[in-house]
Design a protein around this ligand. Structure first.
Ligand code: ASP
Length: 420
């Protein structure tokens, strides 16, 4: 008798996960884009596909202000419990800001040295938007004037105008006031926490539009820039990976050794389970239970320190994300042939730091907050199209470095508790 094989479910060959769909979109986008680059008739036939990309970018734009407002306020108010650890709380925040700042600067240095996006603009990556050209005249005075003048005079207007720097500053200030208010501020903090959860759910849902966005934007970008754009994306991946490698395998181990007084070998061995989970989930939050366990069991971090520093770190301390956002912004500027002045690069640094604090510990969160870095210096959001194609892959690496940074923080703060 012939063996009975159960009938195959219809469409079982279709991709299931979001990552698989994005993978399919990348392959299709590359093939169609390169084909259209050499064939004008095909290019005009495929031109309407750019609308998919436009739709996705509009959704990202829509999310920028809600994401900044809810996640920055929630991020800052989570420092409110610092009182529990007294002076150590201040040291935790100093550690987070210090290491995130180093990561963002490292990103800026590498992207300026390697120039992964150079040479593509001649191939016609796109037109320089007026906003970016207007931003190039920015000075320290005008920048500070923008932040303080408008925040103090009209925060609502800056929300409406999408003036990112001002909104970031207003949210930081608002979060700090809520901390100072203590118990009286808690009901308002709770509202922001709920709103943040809702916004993050919307982000997760909108990410399902990413495959269509990747297809449309990648096809359009490659149809214009051809192979040059593709090579540029490759150089961009190398730059980000190099930066993540230097931060995770040189800078953090040195901090663990000299400030945490622990052998980097022991640290690395101890956190291996957390690294594996971060790599496979692309989510610091999902990795948190494993991170806590690894730190307590393998690195002798006391529960009091681990249960405070690691959850806070998983939301606030994202070295990999800051490094990646700084590189991404300058890469897109290079691709579009936009020269960013020193002041504009400082704005990228500040917004990349804020974006990393604002990014939730979930997959692709950094992509949404990156839109705010672009807006702050007037970079075209269409540039995200090139980055989007490789974002899932780079997200794995930056999440690993984010988690490594948190565990290094736990080791450092354990040492500082002992010294106190
Ligand atoms: N996926 C990252 C994390 O969870 C955040 C990001 O997208 O950069 O740490």
């Amino acid at each position: 008798m012939p063996e009975h094989t159960p009938p195959k479910k219809p469409f079982s060959w279709l991709p299931r996960t979001l990552t698989q769909w994005i993978g399919v979109a990348v392959v299709l986008g590359v093939v169609l884009g390169l084909a259209a680059h050499d064939n004008a008739a095909l290019a005009s036939a495929l031109a309407p596909m750019e609308l998919f990309g436009e739709l996705f970018i509009r959704c990202l734009k829509l999310l920028i202000i809600p994401v900044i407002v809810t996640s920055l306020v929630v991020g800052v108010t989570s420092i409110g419990d610092l009182g529990r650890l007294g002076r150590l709380g201040g040291k935790a925040v100093a550690y987070y800001m210090g290491t995130t700042g180093i990561a963002a600067i490292l990103g800026l240095v590498l992207v300026n040295l390697i120039e992964p996006g150079a040479g593509v603009s001649d191939a016609g990556a796109g037109e320089v938007p007026d906003k970016a050209q207007a931003g190039s005249g920015m000075t320290v005075g005008s920048m500070l004037g923008r932040i303080f003048g408008e925040t103090l005079l009209s925060p609502i207007q800056s929300l409406r105008d999408g003036d990112i720097l001002t909104v970031i500053f207003a949210c930081l200030l608002f979060g700090l006031v809520l901390i100072v208010l203590g118990e009286r501020g808690k009901p308002i903090t709770a509202v922001f926490k709920r709103a943040d959860a809702v916004v993050m759910q919307v982000v997760r849902n909108i990410m399902w539009l990413a495959p269509a966005g990747v297809l449309g934007l990648l096809e359009a970008n490659l149809a214009r820039g051809g192979l040059d754009s593709l090579f540029a994306v490759g150089r961009y991946c190398v730059t980000v990976t190099l930066g993540l490698g230097i931060h995770g395998f040189i800078i953090l181990p040195l901090i663990v050794l000299f400030i945490g007084k622990m052998s980097p070998r022991r640290w690395f061995r101890g956190i291996r389970p957390a690294i594996a989970v971060a790599l496979s989930t692309s989510s610091s939050s999902a990795t948190l239970p494993v991170t806590i366990e690894a730190c307590e069991d393998n690195l002798d971090v006391p529960t009091g320190v681990a249960s405070f520093v690691l959850p806070l770190g998983a939301t606030m301390n994202m070295d990999g994300t800051a490094l990646y956002e700084a590189i991404a912004a300058l890469f897109v500027a290079q691709v579009f042939g936009i020269e960013l002045t020193l002041i504009q690069q400082i704005v990228v640094f500040v917004t990349a730091m804020a974006a990393s604090v604002g990014a939730a510990g979930i997959p692709s969160a950094g992509l949404v907050t990156m839109a705010m870095v672009f807006e702050a210096v007037g970079l075209p959001l269409e540039g995200i199209g090139l980055i989007l194609a490789v974002d899932r892959f780079l997200d794995m690496g930056r999440t690993v470095v984010n988690v490594m940074g948190d565990t290094a923080g736990a080791v450092v703060l354990t040492q500082l508790t002992r010294e106190n």
